[in-house]
Design a protein around this ligand. Structure first.
Ligand SMILES: Nc1ncnc2c1ncn2[C@@H]1O[C@H](COP(=O)(O)OP(=O)(O)OP(=O)(O)O)[C@@H](O)[C@H]1O
Length: 746
């Protein structure tokens, strides 16, 4: 997408201007004293990078004596600084973000468009040089602590005052978007999902995207958050401090998806701790990251369920509201400049929803830009938004202050006939439902779109084209800062390795699986009880057991491994889009963290079967057989991973895996010994074939002719080399397939 600055100017024909002027909404109210001051300031100067850096350095010094002040938020260095106390910091921070917002609004928004700025809601009186602290009693305790269970500032369990999270300033980011269009081809026919959406959101503001289901809210949010993946074409311009999107922005963006993408078996605290360890910058110590996690847990009111598992369809876990708060915590833990949320309140009761929106307000007050989609807010929720975008079938029906939406629709002849929640009224209009609503007779699909285009759009778009009153340094900070990883490759690997073991220990060490393996091995042991290889029939029987072992430990790992990547696809997509780790670190951790657990069950199996069936009872024979089974398991896992990664679809992967495993089993050399030459090459691809031959070679010297024709009398190096080649080859294939998969942010 091109920068907004590169977009050609829109039609400025006189007719258009005249109509726009005459149809304008209510004239702007006289500016407040705070506004006037701010305006004077913004007219004279712009927020300079040096200014922000100084504030940041001061703020850091006071809150973290030992932490380096390098990389101030505004200077393009590390913007992830955190504080847990110090009111002065908070005031400085709020003052800066609000000041910037007022300055930006001055140039970008209309004169009337002073939204609920931090100054207004906090009672700050901003001046160019300083601020006056707000009266302490302007907010209720419930508002200050949106998730406080007891609605007071005490932590009941600890008997200590509850901490209020204080984040240090981040780089304020002003989001502008103009004429955003999105098209996809549905069955070869292009379909316009979004048709020219324009708007903006400033630091300190909460912008709500509203509209009926399917109106394009999620699509727009994804485009704004730089997360569009898929076949669609994006047109128009989206800019961040007047600069186009670039990958280094990922570490300044928090994106809460509509579906809660979390690991089921991790606890709340573990989930947030791993997010902190992976996402917070290297400059923070592990202890600081853990402290930050605790702060977030307290701020989100999750302390009572911090040791509860997240849970999912089959495991009882935390409640829906708590899960949503964990998702929000996962994103705000990095102290993002821009926070996007896709329907954060859907499925929640109105009180919990209100608390979540209150939390978004608190976050915005810290100088962040918050953009959220919302489906059907209550009137209390609706009044909490600063700005509103109303979408109807992909078209823009309204963009402006949420509080001015009703007057605007009244001005175009649409009014509710009964007392109605404004959000319900707006959604009815967007849906074309005119029950209990007075609308002009000519109301049709185009009426609302045209009304907006004719009355408001021109002016709003023109304002979007005005450059922001910020210094060049602040703009280039967005583009020039390098894409950074929170931790080194090895740290990423070890964190992901531990997380993998924690998440899956329940699956592997479940009594079901252990019982399954023990039961199978005991049945095998009984069927082959003290088998005697000295007779041809006994030898055939024993060979049958060895072949079954080769197939059993080839079959299971494939079908366990194919689920790995398709199941974690959403998580991988989300975490890669947030630049949490390198794909290679994830891949290696994911494939090696399964190994200790995968190799535990075969040991139990082999100990039972080997001795019950009376196979050669020497340590060397037993351990070589065990080693062969291990090789087979790791090779089979590789195949499962490769199939799963290349298809990323469980149904397709299961179908392909069952055909492949059956082919490999048939080509394994037990059922058919004289294979036609044109298809005999197939057995070399079969890990069953190599495993079976190795097991035979371990048991018998030489391998009798009746088992395998003309088997060479070697030490099995060929089979080992073949299995090792499969172990590596299949994994390389899996990794390459994952690399090719486009994530939302790549
Ligand atoms: N890649 C795609 N291919 C085909 N159709 C798509 C694609 N992406 C989005 N759409 C369609 O675009 C429309 C808008 O989708 P979107 O998810 O943005 O709506 P929404 O307003 O967020 O809906 P909801 O509130 O139900 O989540 C829908 O009709 C959807 O089916």
């Amino acid at each position: 997408m091109e920068s907004i600055m590169e977009k050609p100017m829109m039609d400025t024909g006189g007719g258009m201007i005249e109509r726009t002027k005459s149809d304008q909404l209510a004239p702007p109210p006289p500016p407040s004293s705070a506004q006037s001051l701010s305006r004077t300031a913004s007219a004279e100067t712009v927020l300079s990078t040096a200014d922000v850096t100084t504030t940041t350095s001061l703020s850091r010094k006071s809150s973290f004596g030992k932490r380096s002040a390098s990389g101030g938020a505004g200077a393009g260095g590390n913007s992830h600084g955190y504080s847990s106390s110090n009111n002065n910091n908070s005031h400085i921070r709020k003052s800066r973000s609000a000041q910037l917002k007022l300055e930006m609004e001055d140039l970008v928004s209309s004169g009337a468009a002073l939204s609920r700025a931090s100054s207004a809601s906090l009672g700050f009186s901003f001046t160019f040089t300083g601020f006056t602290p707000p009266p302490q009693d302007t907010m209720s305790s419930a508002e200050l602590h949106p998730f406080s269970d007891d609605d007071n500032t005490m932590d009941i369990e600890a008997g200590t005052p509850r901490k209020k999270l204080m984040t240090e300033p981040t780089l304020p980011i002003y989001l502008k978007f103009a004429e955003v269009k999105y098209k996809v081809a549905v069955k070869g026919t292009p379909r316009e999902i979004l048709s020219g959406i324009s708007g903006s959101a400033a630091p300190g503001e909460v912008l709500a995207l509203m509209g009926p289901s399917g109106s394009g809210k999620t699509t727009l949010l994804s485009i704004l958050g730089g997360r569009v993946a898929g076949p669609g074409d994006v047109e128009g311009c989206v800019s961040y401090n007047d600069e186009p999107y670039c990958k280094s922005l990922n570490r300044r963006i928090g994106f809460v998806t509509q579906d809660d993408v979390l690991f089921t078996h991790l606890t709340v605290k573990e989930t947030l701790t791993y997010a902190a360890l992976l996402r917070l910058p290297r400059t923070m110590t592990r202890q600081e990251k853990e402290e930050r996690t605790i702060d977030i847990i307290y701020e989100l009111g999750l302390e009572r369920c911090q040791d509860t598992m997240i849970g999912g369809s089959f495991v009882r876990g935390v409640s829906g509201g708590e899960r949503k708060r964990v998702c929000i915590g996962n994103e705000i833990i990095i102290n993002p400049s821009l926070l996007f949320l896709d329907e954060p309140t859907s499925g929640l009761d109105s009180t919990t929803a209100l608390r979540i929106i209150q939390l978004l307000h608190d976050i915005a007050e810290d100088g962040k830009t918050v953009i959220t989609t919302i489906h059907q807010p209550s009137s209390r929720l609706f009044h909490k938004f600063d700005k509103l975008i109303l979408l109807g079938r992909g078209s823009l029906l309204y963009f402006g202050k949420a509080s001015e939406a009703m007057p605007y629709f009244q001005s175009i002849g649409c009014t509710p006939l009964i007392a109605m929640n404004p959000a319900e009224f707006l959604l009815d209009l967007a849906n074309g439902n005119t029950t209990d609503v007075s609308v002009p007779s000519e109301l049709d699909d185009k009426y609302l779109v045209d009304a907006y285009e004719n009355r408001v759009a021109y002016k709003a778009k023109k304002q979007l084209l005005d450059p922001l009153p910020i210094s060049d340094d602040m703009k280039t900070t967005i583009t020039s800062s390098k894409r950074e990883w929170g931790t080194s490759w090895w740290q990423q690997y070890s964190i992901l390795f531990c997380r993998g073991i924690k998440e899956r220990r329940h699956d592997y060490l479940s009594w079901m699986r252990i019982t399954q393996v023990i039961a199978t091995s005991v049945i095998l042991g009984l069927l082959w009880w003290h088998s005697d290889p000295s007779t041809p029939k006994g030898l055939q029987d024993q060979a049958g057991l060895l072949f079954f072992i080769a197939v059993f430990w080839g079959f299971f790992p494939v079908f366990t491994a194919i689920f790995t990547f398709p199941q974690e696809r959403a998580m991988l997509n989300k975490e890669r889009a947030a630049d949490m780790y390198k794909l290679s670190a994830y891949f290696l951790a994911r494939t090696t963290s399964d190994l200790p657990l995968d190799l535990f069950l075969p040991v139990i199996f082999m100990v039972i079967v080997y001795f019950m069936a009376g196979l050669k009872a020497t340590a060397a024979h037993f351990f070589l057989s065990m080693l062969t089974v291990f090789l087979s398991i790791i090779a089979a896992q590789g195949l499962g991973l490769a199939i799963g990664a290349s298809l990323l679809d469980i149904k397709k992967a299961t179908t392909l895996a069952s055909v492949t495993v059956m082919t490999f089993m048939l080509a394994g050399g037990f059922f058919v010994k004289r294979v036609p030459p044109f298809i005999s090459w197939l057995r070399y691809l079969s890990f069953n074939y190599h495993t079976y031959r190795l097991l035979l070679k371990v048991q018998y010297h030489p391998v009798p002719d009746i088992l395998i024709n003309a088997i060479p009398l070697d030490n099995g190096v060929t089979e080992v080399v073949a299995l090792v080649a499969m172990i590596i080859g299949y994994r390389v294939l899996a990794y390459m397939s994952l690399r090719r998969t486009k994530t939302s942010a790549s």
